[in-house]
Design a protein around this ligand. Sequence first.
Ligand code: THU
Length: 136
Amino acid sequence: MNVLTEDDLHLLETARAASEKAYCPHSHFYVGAAVETEIGVFRGCNIENDSYGLSMCAERVAIFTAVSAGAQIFTRLAVSCIDAAEDDSVDSKMPCGACRQVLAQFMPPTALVIIDGAGTFLLAELLPQPFRMNME
Ligand code: THU
């Protein structure tokens, strides 16, 4: 696993702290995320619903919170599945596919995604070929 810079670690600590706010009565799986933008760092946690499909992941809550605050430049994101045991497979710590597509909407392919217990990845490594609309 790659070594975290001091800035990466700071963002990861913010993601871990954000997980404390998770609303996850169904899974009891607390997740936190933090995204760094040109107007500051925004946090998110997973928010579940009794109608399961309406639940929202921490990464998307962080990104949507940042967008709604006016952020336009998204440089790095950290995510922590704080409940995944250290010896759990890396799979249980990775962002889901839907979140990867949302990250690709707002972050460049070279943006760093810091994943607690799994390492630091380029967004392009996590989702090499995101869907994109031809907006011409
Ligand atoms: N979850 C996230 O918040 N982010 C992910 O990338 C994977 C899964 C949440 C959704 C649900 O509340 C719980 O973890 C269990 O799937």
